[in-house]
Design a protein around this ligand. Structure first.
Ligand SMILES: [Zn+2]
Length: 231
């Protein structure tokens, strides 16, 4: 049986091959819409677009520690459909303070917007929280880097093209909020996205509070209250 060793080797080679061929920015784990309770929706064909550029937002609503991001998604879907008359939530992906990433609008359809600019071609990524009033935490920043890196690879978008709501609708909004915007203006977010795209470890350092900026983080969980002893 001279060929037996080769047969034994083959499965081992197949096991290592996928790691060698892996994309630089792996797909992050995503909470799909059926898991957060989002019903199936239909989009008007007029919204069909070629997704090209990632556009960053914050929710603009302060995040309450311990709140359930899946419930926020369901509330946003209800608001979008019933109050705004939009077919779906306006964001393609939503990043929660606990680092979970939620699936929103189908990438093949352009977003809707409350502001005046042409949203065609944009892929909306929203971070839950209000970063005019709260600081973005390390877990949420890290998840935002990963989803943006993965999208940028899929869209073949140069990291430098990363857009912000205030950038595309100047004078109309402070979105995505001063505390988050400084990571983009300062370049550390782009550097972390580039690292993720190159398959390197993602390290994004949380900055100290802005002068006159918010002090408290948007926290995923309520701080544990020490239980009072019975005696
Ligand atoms: Zn926005």
């Amino acid at each position: 049986m001279p060929d037996a060793p080769a047969r034994w080797l083959l499965p081992a080679l197949l096991l290592v091959a996928p790691a060698v061929l892996a994309e630089p920015a792996p797909a992050p784990s995503i909470v799909m819409r059926e898991r957060w309770g989002g019903e199936e929706v239909e989009y008007p064909e007029a919204l069909r677009h070629e997704p090209a550029t990632v556009l960053l937002h914050h929710a603009g609503v302060a995040w309450r520690a311990g709140a359930d991001p899946a419930a926020s998604m369901r509330g946003l879907l209800r608001f979008s459909r019933e109050e705004k008359g939009w077919p779906d939530v306006p964001y393609h992906f939503v990043v929660a303070p606990d680092g979970r990433i939620f699936e929103g609008r189908d990438l093949r359809y352009a977003p809707d917007t409350n502001t005046s600019f042409d949203p065609t071609g944009y892929v909306n990524v929203e971070l839950l929280g209000n970063f005019e009033e709260q600081r973005v935490n390390a877990t949420q920043l890290d998840a935002a880097v990963r989803v943006v890196a993965w999208l940028a690879d899929r869209l073949e978008m140069p990291t430098a093209d990363l857009a912000t709501h205030a950038g595309v609708a100047p004078g109309q909004t402070s979105c995505p909020g001063a505390d988050f915007l400084r990571y983009l203006d300062g370049g550390s977010f782009h550097a972390a996205v580039d690292a993720a795209r190159a398959g390197e470890p993602v390290e994004i350092e949380v900055l100290p509070p802005l002068p006159d900026g918010p002090q408290a983080f948007a926290e995923a969980e309520e701080p544990a209250v020490p239980k009072r002893s019975a005696n």
